[in-house]
Design a protein around this ligand. Structure first.
Ligand code: F0G
Length: 454
Protein backbone atom coordinates (compact mmCIF):
# COMPACT_ATOMS: atom_id res chain seq x y z
CA UNK A 1 0.00 0.00 0.00
CA UNK A 2 1.35 3.43 -0.91
CA UNK A 3 0.52 6.06 1.66
CA UNK A 4 1.07 9.72 0.80
CA UNK A 5 3.66 11.50 2.90
CA UNK A 6 3.27 15.18 3.75
CA UNK A 7 6.36 17.26 3.08
CA UNK A 8 5.19 20.00 5.44
CA UNK A 9 4.08 20.33 9.04
CA UNK A 10 0.95 21.98 10.36
CA UNK A 11 1.63 24.99 12.55
CA UNK A 12 -1.71 26.82 12.59
CA UNK A 13 -4.94 24.92 13.11
CA UNK A 14 -8.66 25.62 13.06
CA UNK A 15 -11.12 23.81 15.33
CA UNK A 16 -13.80 21.72 13.65
CA UNK A 17 -17.08 20.35 14.92
CA UNK A 18 -19.22 17.46 13.75
CA UNK A 19 -22.91 18.24 14.32
CA UNK A 20 -25.17 15.26 15.17
CA UNK A 21 -27.12 13.65 12.35
CA UNK A 22 -30.46 15.20 13.43
CA UNK A 23 -28.94 18.65 13.04
CA UNK A 24 -27.42 17.72 9.68
CA UNK A 25 -30.80 16.61 8.42
CA UNK A 26 -32.40 19.85 9.59
CA UNK A 27 -29.81 22.18 8.03
CA UNK A 28 -29.61 20.41 4.66
CA UNK A 29 -33.41 20.76 4.45
CA UNK A 30 -33.14 24.46 5.19
CA UNK A 31 -30.43 24.71 2.52
CA UNK A 32 -32.79 23.28 -0.10
CA UNK A 33 -30.48 20.27 -0.42
CA UNK A 34 -27.91 22.56 -1.97
CA UNK A 35 -24.51 22.17 -0.31
CA UNK A 36 -23.56 25.71 -1.41
CA UNK A 37 -26.19 27.01 1.03
CA UNK A 38 -24.82 25.26 4.14
CA UNK A 39 -23.14 27.26 6.86
CA UNK A 40 -19.52 26.28 7.37
CA UNK A 41 -20.18 25.94 11.12
CA UNK A 42 -22.42 22.97 10.29
CA UNK A 43 -19.77 21.27 8.14
CA UNK A 44 -17.15 18.83 9.43
CA UNK A 45 -15.07 18.28 6.27
CA UNK A 46 -15.51 21.07 3.76
CA UNK A 47 -14.72 19.40 0.45
CA UNK A 48 -16.82 21.82 -1.58
CA UNK A 49 -13.86 23.27 -3.41
CA UNK A 50 -10.15 23.92 -3.44
CA UNK A 51 -10.94 27.50 -4.37
CA UNK A 52 -9.62 30.05 -1.89
CA UNK A 53 -9.19 27.43 0.82
CA UNK A 54 -5.78 25.87 0.22
CA UNK A 55 -3.41 26.19 3.18
CA UNK A 56 -0.88 29.00 2.99
CA UNK A 57 2.77 28.57 3.78
CA UNK A 58 4.73 30.44 6.45
CA UNK A 59 6.55 32.22 3.61
CA UNK A 60 3.28 33.47 2.17
CA UNK A 61 2.10 34.73 5.55
CA UNK A 62 5.43 36.47 6.06
CA UNK A 63 5.28 38.15 2.64
CA UNK A 64 1.82 39.49 3.45
CA UNK A 65 3.32 41.50 6.31
CA UNK A 66 5.72 43.40 4.06
CA UNK A 67 3.14 44.29 1.42
CA UNK A 68 3.51 47.76 -0.05
CA UNK A 69 0.13 49.44 0.17
CA UNK A 70 -0.76 52.03 -2.44
CA UNK A 71 -3.50 52.61 -4.96
CA UNK A 72 -1.12 52.88 -7.89
CA UNK A 73 2.32 51.50 -8.64
CA UNK A 74 3.03 49.52 -5.47
CA UNK A 75 6.24 47.50 -5.26
CA UNK A 76 4.02 44.55 -4.38
CA UNK A 77 2.41 44.70 -7.80
CA UNK A 78 5.79 44.93 -9.51
CA UNK A 79 6.92 41.78 -7.67
CA UNK A 80 3.85 39.90 -8.87
CA UNK A 81 4.20 41.10 -12.45
CA UNK A 82 7.90 40.15 -12.51
CA UNK A 83 7.19 36.69 -11.11
CA UNK A 84 4.60 36.01 -13.80
CA UNK A 85 6.94 37.30 -16.50
CA UNK A 86 9.70 35.05 -15.11
CA UNK A 87 7.49 31.92 -15.03
CA UNK A 88 5.42 32.35 -18.19
CA UNK A 89 7.68 34.55 -20.30
CA UNK A 90 4.80 36.78 -21.40
CA UNK A 91 5.38 40.51 -21.44
CA UNK A 92 1.95 41.85 -20.48
CA UNK A 93 -0.24 41.29 -17.41
CA UNK A 94 -3.66 42.41 -16.24
CA UNK A 95 -4.70 41.73 -12.62
CA UNK A 96 -8.29 40.80 -11.72
CA UNK A 97 -10.25 39.99 -8.59
CA UNK A 98 -10.69 36.31 -9.58
CA UNK A 99 -10.80 33.85 -12.47
CA UNK A 100 -14.26 34.60 -13.83
CA UNK A 101 -13.32 38.27 -14.11
CA UNK A 102 -10.61 37.24 -16.59
CA UNK A 103 -13.26 35.31 -18.51
CA UNK A 104 -15.51 38.35 -18.48
CA UNK A 105 -12.82 40.56 -20.01
CA UNK A 106 -11.67 37.94 -22.54
CA UNK A 107 -15.25 37.37 -23.67
CA UNK A 108 -16.01 41.10 -23.91
CA UNK A 109 -12.98 41.66 -26.14
CA UNK A 110 -12.81 38.49 -28.24
CA UNK A 111 -16.35 37.10 -28.41
CA UNK A 112 -18.90 38.72 -30.74
CA UNK A 113 -22.35 37.37 -31.64
CA UNK A 114 -22.06 34.34 -33.89
CA UNK A 115 -18.50 33.46 -32.95
CA UNK A 116 -17.42 30.08 -31.65
CA UNK A 117 -15.02 29.16 -28.86
CA UNK A 118 -13.65 25.62 -29.22
CA UNK A 119 -12.27 24.19 -25.98
CA UNK A 120 -11.37 20.85 -24.47
CA UNK A 121 -14.21 21.27 -21.98
CA UNK A 122 -16.27 24.13 -20.61
CA UNK A 123 -16.23 25.50 -17.11
CA UNK A 124 -19.48 26.92 -15.68
CA UNK A 125 -18.43 30.58 -15.47
CA UNK A 126 -16.48 30.44 -18.75
CA UNK A 127 -19.46 29.21 -20.71
CA UNK A 128 -21.79 31.73 -19.09
CA UNK A 129 -19.56 34.67 -20.08
CA UNK A 130 -19.11 33.44 -23.65
CA UNK A 131 -22.85 32.86 -24.11
CA UNK A 132 -23.68 36.27 -22.62
CA UNK A 133 -21.54 37.85 -25.36
CA UNK A 134 -23.40 35.91 -28.06
CA UNK A 135 -20.80 33.20 -28.66
CA UNK A 136 -21.15 29.44 -28.51
CA UNK A 137 -18.91 26.84 -26.93
CA UNK A 138 -17.74 23.72 -28.77
CA UNK A 139 -16.38 20.98 -26.53
CA UNK A 140 -13.66 19.01 -28.26
CA UNK A 141 -12.21 16.74 -25.59
CA UNK A 142 -11.42 13.29 -27.03
CA UNK A 143 -14.26 10.77 -26.76
CA UNK A 144 -12.01 8.67 -24.54
CA UNK A 145 -11.76 11.63 -22.13
CA UNK A 146 -15.44 11.25 -21.34
CA UNK A 147 -15.09 7.62 -20.26
CA UNK A 148 -15.68 7.68 -16.53
CA UNK A 149 -13.32 4.79 -15.83
CA UNK A 150 -10.14 4.65 -17.80
CA UNK A 151 -6.41 4.23 -17.55
CA UNK A 152 -5.66 7.10 -19.95
CA UNK A 153 -3.19 9.46 -18.29
CA UNK A 154 -4.39 12.67 -20.06
CA UNK A 155 -8.17 12.62 -20.35
CA UNK A 156 -8.23 16.42 -20.72
CA UNK A 157 -6.59 16.28 -24.16
CA UNK A 158 -8.34 17.91 -27.09
CA UNK A 159 -9.24 15.91 -30.19
CA UNK A 160 -7.17 17.51 -32.94
CA UNK A 161 -9.37 16.04 -35.68
CA UNK A 162 -12.43 17.66 -34.08
CA UNK A 163 -10.55 20.96 -33.77
CA UNK A 164 -9.60 21.13 -37.46
CA UNK A 165 -13.15 20.10 -38.41
CA UNK A 166 -14.69 22.90 -36.31
CA UNK A 167 -12.32 25.45 -37.84
CA UNK A 168 -13.13 24.19 -41.35
CA UNK A 169 -16.87 24.27 -40.63
CA UNK A 170 -17.07 27.82 -39.25
CA UNK A 171 -14.01 29.41 -40.86
CA UNK A 172 -11.04 30.65 -38.82
CA UNK A 173 -12.45 34.20 -38.71
CA UNK A 174 -15.48 32.96 -36.73
CA UNK A 175 -13.32 31.36 -34.07
CA UNK A 176 -13.09 33.91 -31.23
CA UNK A 177 -10.26 31.96 -29.61
CA UNK A 178 -9.37 28.40 -28.70
CA UNK A 179 -9.36 27.62 -24.99
CA UNK A 180 -7.48 24.82 -23.29
CA UNK A 181 -8.31 24.26 -19.64
CA UNK A 182 -5.46 22.71 -17.70
CA UNK A 183 -6.55 20.15 -15.10
CA UNK A 184 -9.97 20.00 -16.78
CA UNK A 185 -12.36 20.74 -13.92
CA UNK A 186 -15.77 19.34 -14.87
CA UNK A 187 -14.56 15.97 -16.12
CA UNK A 188 -12.75 15.12 -12.93
CA UNK A 189 -9.66 17.31 -12.77
CA UNK A 190 -8.13 15.46 -15.72
CA UNK A 191 -4.86 16.84 -17.12
CA UNK A 192 -3.76 17.93 -20.59
CA UNK A 193 -0.47 16.63 -21.98
CA UNK A 194 2.26 18.94 -23.20
CA UNK A 195 2.23 16.97 -26.44
CA UNK A 196 -1.46 17.65 -27.03
CA UNK A 197 -1.06 21.33 -26.20
CA UNK A 198 1.73 21.52 -28.77
CA UNK A 199 -0.58 20.04 -31.41
CA UNK A 200 -3.41 22.44 -30.53
CA UNK A 201 -0.95 25.33 -30.64
CA UNK A 202 0.32 24.31 -34.09
CA UNK A 203 -3.24 24.28 -35.46
CA UNK A 204 -3.99 27.69 -33.91
CA UNK A 205 -0.81 29.23 -35.28
CA UNK A 206 -1.48 27.84 -38.73
CA UNK A 207 -4.90 29.55 -38.76
CA UNK A 208 -3.92 32.70 -36.87
CA UNK A 209 -6.23 31.86 -33.96
CA UNK A 210 -5.48 33.05 -30.41
CA UNK A 211 -4.77 30.17 -28.03
CA UNK A 212 -5.91 30.85 -24.47
CA UNK A 213 -5.06 28.63 -21.54
CA UNK A 214 -7.15 28.58 -18.40
CA UNK A 215 -4.37 27.85 -15.92
CA UNK A 216 -6.50 27.86 -12.77
CA UNK A 217 -5.69 24.19 -12.18
CA UNK A 218 -2.17 24.36 -13.58
CA UNK A 219 -0.51 23.15 -10.35
CA UNK A 220 -2.17 19.73 -10.57
CA UNK A 221 -1.61 19.55 -14.32
CA UNK A 222 2.12 20.20 -13.87
CA UNK A 223 2.37 17.34 -11.39
CA UNK A 224 0.75 14.99 -13.92
CA UNK A 225 2.98 16.22 -16.78
CA UNK A 226 5.99 15.49 -14.60
CA UNK A 227 4.85 12.06 -13.38
CA UNK A 228 2.83 10.72 -16.36
CA UNK A 229 4.43 12.16 -19.49
CA UNK A 230 7.72 10.66 -20.62
CA UNK A 231 8.86 13.82 -22.40
CA UNK A 232 8.51 15.77 -19.12
CA UNK A 233 10.22 13.33 -16.76
CA UNK A 234 13.63 14.90 -17.27
CA UNK A 235 12.33 18.45 -17.02
CA UNK A 236 11.95 20.58 -13.89
CA UNK A 237 8.48 21.91 -13.02
CA UNK A 238 9.76 25.35 -14.00
CA UNK A 239 10.81 24.06 -17.42
CA UNK A 240 7.46 22.35 -17.98
CA UNK A 241 5.67 25.56 -17.01
CA UNK A 242 7.68 27.54 -19.52
CA UNK A 243 7.20 24.95 -22.25
CA UNK A 244 3.41 25.13 -21.70
CA UNK A 245 3.41 28.93 -21.70
CA UNK A 246 5.52 29.15 -24.87
CA UNK A 247 2.72 27.36 -26.74
CA UNK A 248 0.00 29.84 -25.66
CA UNK A 249 -0.88 33.44 -26.53
CA UNK A 250 -2.84 34.18 -23.36
CA UNK A 251 -2.78 32.51 -19.94
CA UNK A 252 -5.44 33.43 -17.41
CA UNK A 253 -6.00 32.00 -13.97
CA UNK A 254 -8.01 32.05 -10.81
CA UNK A 255 -5.46 32.73 -8.08
CA UNK A 256 -7.95 31.20 -5.66
CA UNK A 257 -6.69 27.83 -6.87
CA UNK A 258 -3.20 28.82 -7.95
CA UNK A 259 -1.08 30.34 -5.25
CA UNK A 260 -3.43 32.42 -3.15
CA UNK A 261 -6.83 32.73 -1.48
CA UNK A 262 -8.12 35.33 -3.89
CA UNK A 263 -7.33 37.12 -7.11
CA UNK A 264 -6.57 36.28 -10.68
CA UNK A 265 -4.99 37.63 -13.80
CA UNK A 266 -4.39 37.51 -17.52
CA UNK A 267 -0.90 37.15 -19.01
CA UNK A 268 -0.73 38.26 -22.63
CA UNK A 269 2.00 37.87 -25.23
CA UNK A 270 0.78 40.47 -27.71
CA UNK A 271 0.77 44.15 -26.87
CA UNK A 272 -2.15 45.05 -29.14
CA UNK A 273 -4.37 42.42 -27.51
CA UNK A 274 -3.27 43.64 -24.08
CA UNK A 275 -4.30 47.16 -25.01
CA UNK A 276 -7.72 46.01 -26.17
CA UNK A 277 -8.37 44.36 -22.82
CA UNK A 278 -6.70 46.90 -20.57
CA UNK A 279 -9.56 49.41 -20.35
CA UNK A 280 -11.86 46.86 -18.73
CA UNK A 281 -9.62 46.42 -15.70
CA UNK A 282 -10.10 49.91 -14.20
CA UNK A 283 -13.75 49.73 -15.27
CA UNK A 284 -14.71 46.44 -13.62
CA UNK A 285 -11.84 45.36 -11.37
CA UNK A 286 -9.74 48.19 -9.98
CA UNK A 287 -6.70 50.17 -11.06
CA UNK A 288 -4.15 48.40 -13.29
CA UNK A 289 -1.76 47.70 -10.42
CA UNK A 290 -4.21 45.80 -8.22
CA UNK A 291 -7.28 44.77 -10.26
CA UNK A 292 -9.41 44.12 -7.18
CA UNK A 293 -6.74 42.28 -5.19
CA UNK A 294 -5.38 43.59 -1.90
CA UNK A 295 -1.62 44.01 -1.71
CA UNK A 296 -1.53 41.20 0.88
CA UNK A 297 -3.17 38.86 -1.60
CA UNK A 298 -0.74 39.88 -4.31
CA UNK A 299 2.25 39.17 -2.05
CA UNK A 300 0.84 35.76 -1.11
CA UNK A 301 0.21 35.04 -4.78
CA UNK A 302 3.75 35.91 -5.82
CA UNK A 303 5.20 33.52 -3.24
CA UNK A 304 2.49 30.93 -4.00
CA UNK A 305 3.34 30.93 -7.70
CA UNK A 306 6.97 30.36 -6.85
CA UNK A 307 6.07 27.52 -4.47
CA UNK A 308 4.02 25.95 -7.28
CA UNK A 309 7.37 25.21 -8.93
CA UNK A 310 8.17 22.85 -6.02
CA UNK A 311 7.17 19.25 -6.73
CA UNK A 312 6.90 18.53 -2.98
CA UNK A 313 4.17 21.17 -2.81
CA UNK A 314 2.12 20.38 -5.89
CA UNK A 315 2.18 16.61 -5.28
CA UNK A 316 0.21 16.85 -2.04
CA UNK A 317 -3.28 17.22 -3.53
CA UNK A 318 -2.91 14.61 -6.29
CA UNK A 319 -1.35 12.05 -3.92
CA UNK A 320 -4.16 12.38 -1.36
CA UNK A 321 -6.72 12.20 -4.17
CA UNK A 322 -5.07 9.07 -5.60
CA UNK A 323 -5.19 7.46 -2.15
CA UNK A 324 -8.88 8.27 -1.82
CA UNK A 325 -9.69 7.00 -5.33
CA UNK A 326 -7.79 3.74 -4.75
CA UNK A 327 -9.40 3.04 -1.37
CA UNK A 328 -12.90 3.82 -2.63
CA UNK A 329 -12.40 1.62 -5.70
CA UNK A 330 -11.34 -1.26 -3.42
CA UNK A 331 -14.61 -0.84 -1.53
CA UNK A 332 -16.67 -0.87 -4.72
CA UNK A 333 -17.58 2.83 -4.64
CA UNK A 334 -17.74 4.15 -8.23
CA UNK A 335 -15.24 6.95 -8.81
CA UNK A 336 -13.61 8.63 -11.78
CA UNK A 337 -10.37 6.95 -12.83
CA UNK A 338 -7.58 7.59 -13.18
CA UNK A 339 -7.40 9.89 -10.16
CA UNK A 340 -7.06 13.50 -11.30
CA UNK A 341 -6.44 16.80 -9.59
CA UNK A 342 -8.69 19.05 -7.52
CA UNK A 343 -10.53 16.27 -5.74
CA UNK A 344 -11.93 12.79 -5.74
CA UNK A 345 -14.89 12.57 -8.12
CA UNK A 346 -17.63 10.12 -7.24
CA UNK A 347 -19.66 8.81 -10.18
CA UNK A 348 -23.26 9.42 -9.17
CA UNK A 349 -24.65 7.83 -12.34
CA UNK A 350 -23.49 4.45 -11.06
CA UNK A 351 -23.68 5.20 -7.31
CA UNK A 352 -27.40 6.06 -7.40
CA UNK A 353 -28.41 4.37 -10.64
CA UNK A 354 -32.03 4.33 -9.45
CA UNK A 355 -32.22 8.16 -9.82
CA UNK A 356 -32.81 9.48 -13.38
CA UNK A 357 -30.74 12.39 -14.68
CA UNK A 358 -33.82 14.62 -14.61
CA UNK A 359 -33.79 14.24 -10.80
CA UNK A 360 -30.19 15.33 -10.36
CA UNK A 361 -28.48 12.16 -9.09
CA UNK A 362 -25.26 14.00 -8.23
CA UNK A 363 -27.15 16.71 -6.33
CA UNK A 364 -29.05 14.04 -4.41
CA UNK A 365 -25.84 12.19 -3.57
CA UNK A 366 -24.09 15.37 -2.41
CA UNK A 367 -26.98 16.13 -0.02
CA UNK A 368 -26.99 12.53 1.25
CA UNK A 369 -23.26 12.55 1.92
CA UNK A 370 -23.66 15.64 4.06
CA UNK A 371 -26.36 13.89 6.09
CA UNK A 372 -24.27 10.72 6.35
CA UNK A 373 -21.04 12.31 7.44
CA UNK A 374 -21.11 16.11 7.72
CA UNK A 375 -19.02 16.15 4.55
CA UNK A 376 -19.72 18.92 2.06
CA UNK A 377 -19.05 18.05 -1.57
CA UNK A 378 -20.18 19.79 -4.75
CA UNK A 379 -22.60 18.64 -7.43
CA UNK A 380 -20.93 18.63 -10.84
CA UNK A 381 -23.56 17.27 -13.18
CA UNK A 382 -26.90 18.29 -14.70
CA UNK A 383 -27.68 20.66 -11.83
CA UNK A 384 -24.53 22.63 -12.77
CA UNK A 385 -25.70 22.97 -16.40
CA UNK A 386 -27.94 25.70 -17.74
CA UNK A 387 -31.29 24.96 -19.39
CA UNK A 388 -31.68 25.62 -23.12
CA UNK A 389 -33.46 28.93 -23.89
CA UNK A 390 -36.68 26.92 -24.45
CA UNK A 391 -36.45 25.43 -20.94
CA UNK A 392 -35.19 21.98 -21.87
CA UNK A 393 -32.70 20.40 -19.48
CA UNK A 394 -29.15 19.90 -20.71
CA UNK A 395 -28.14 16.51 -19.37
CA UNK A 396 -24.50 16.58 -18.33
CA UNK A 397 -22.05 14.08 -19.79
CA UNK A 398 -21.09 13.07 -16.30
CA UNK A 399 -22.95 13.14 -12.99
CA UNK A 400 -20.27 13.76 -10.40
CA UNK A 401 -20.00 14.60 -6.75
CA UNK A 402 -16.69 16.31 -6.35
CA UNK A 403 -14.94 15.92 -3.04
CA UNK A 404 -12.28 18.56 -3.30
CA UNK A 405 -9.01 18.06 -1.48
CA UNK A 406 -7.71 21.55 -0.78
CA UNK A 407 -3.94 21.44 -0.68
CA UNK A 408 -2.34 20.78 2.73
CA UNK A 409 -5.64 21.23 4.62
CA UNK A 410 -6.79 17.72 5.60
CA UNK A 411 -4.96 14.95 7.42
CA UNK A 412 -4.95 11.38 6.20
CA UNK A 413 -7.29 10.36 9.08
CA UNK A 414 -9.85 12.84 7.83
CA UNK A 415 -9.53 11.43 4.34
CA UNK A 416 -10.02 7.93 5.81
CA UNK A 417 -13.16 9.14 7.59
CA UNK A 418 -14.54 10.43 4.26
CA UNK A 419 -13.77 7.07 2.62
CA UNK A 420 -15.56 5.24 5.44
CA UNK A 421 -18.70 7.42 5.21
CA UNK A 422 -18.84 7.07 1.42
CA UNK A 423 -18.53 3.30 1.67
CA UNK A 424 -21.36 3.24 4.24
CA UNK A 425 -23.54 5.43 2.06
CA UNK A 426 -22.87 3.20 -0.93
CA UNK A 427 -24.07 0.16 1.01
CA UNK A 428 -27.22 2.10 1.94
CA UNK A 429 -27.69 3.90 -1.38
CA UNK A 430 -31.32 2.76 -1.75
CA UNK A 431 -32.16 5.39 0.91
CA UNK A 432 -31.22 8.23 -1.44
CA UNK A 433 -34.05 9.98 -3.31
CA UNK A 434 -33.99 12.20 -6.42
CA UNK A 435 -34.54 15.97 -6.21
CA UNK A 436 -36.65 18.61 -7.97
CA UNK A 437 -36.26 22.40 -7.91
CA UNK A 438 -38.71 24.51 -5.96
CA UNK A 439 -36.62 27.65 -6.46
CA UNK A 440 -34.60 27.72 -9.69
CA UNK A 441 -32.56 30.82 -10.61
CA UNK A 442 -31.98 31.46 -14.31
CA UNK A 443 -28.23 32.05 -14.22
CA UNK A 444 -25.77 29.64 -12.55
CA UNK A 445 -28.65 27.96 -10.73
CA UNK A 446 -26.43 25.50 -8.88
CA UNK A 447 -24.98 28.25 -6.70
CA UNK A 448 -28.20 29.20 -4.93
CA UNK A 449 -31.13 27.18 -6.24
CA UNK A 450 -33.20 25.11 -3.77
CA UNK A 451 -34.51 21.58 -4.22
CA UNK A 452 -36.67 19.02 -2.41
CA UNK A 453 -36.97 15.25 -2.61
CA UNK A 454 -39.19 14.09 -5.49
N1 F0G B 1 -11.62 28.25 -14.47
C1 F0G B 1 -11.55 27.09 -13.80
C2 F0G B 1 -10.94 25.89 -14.45
C3 F0G B 1 -12.04 27.01 -12.49
O1 F0G B 1 -11.96 25.86 -11.84
C4 F0G B 1 -12.61 28.17 -11.90
C5 F0G B 1 -13.18 28.11 -10.56
C6 F0G B 1 -12.66 29.35 -12.64
C7 F0G B 1 -12.14 29.35 -13.93
C8 F0G B 1 -13.27 30.60 -12.10
O2 F0G B 1 -12.43 31.15 -11.14
O3 F0G B 1 -13.77 31.09 -9.03
O4 F0G B 1 -11.74 32.54 -9.25
O5 F0G B 1 -13.81 33.10 -10.46
N2 F0G B 1 -13.50 27.06 -9.98
C9 F0G B 1 -14.04 26.97 -8.64
C10 F0G B 1 -14.34 25.53 -8.31
C11 F0G B 1 -15.18 27.86 -8.38
O6 F0G B 1 -14.78 25.30 -7.18
O7 F0G B 1 -14.11 24.63 -9.10
P1 F0G B 1 -12.98 32.01 -9.90
Amino acid sequence: ETVPLEMHKVRIVQKLSLPPVERRLEVINQAGNNTFLLQNADVFLDMLTDSGVNAMSDQQQAAMLVADDSYAGSATYTRLESKLRELFGMEWFLPTHQGRACEHILAKVLVTPGTVVPMNYHFTTTKAHITLCGGTVEELVTDAGLAVTSTLPFKGDMDIGKLTAVIAKHGADKIAFVRVESGTNLIGGQPVSLKNLAEVSAVCREHGIVLVMDASLLADNLYFNKTREDACKGMTIREITRAIADLCDVIYFSARKLGCARGGGICIRDRALYERMRGFVPLYEGFLTYGGMSVREMEALTVGLDETMDEDMINQGPQFIAYMVDELSKRGVPVITPAGGLGCHVDAKRFVDHIPQSQYPAGALAAALYIAGGIRGMERGTLSEQREPDGREVFANMELVRLAVPRRVFTLSQIKYAIDRLAWLHENRALIEGLIFYDEPEILRFFYGRLKPV
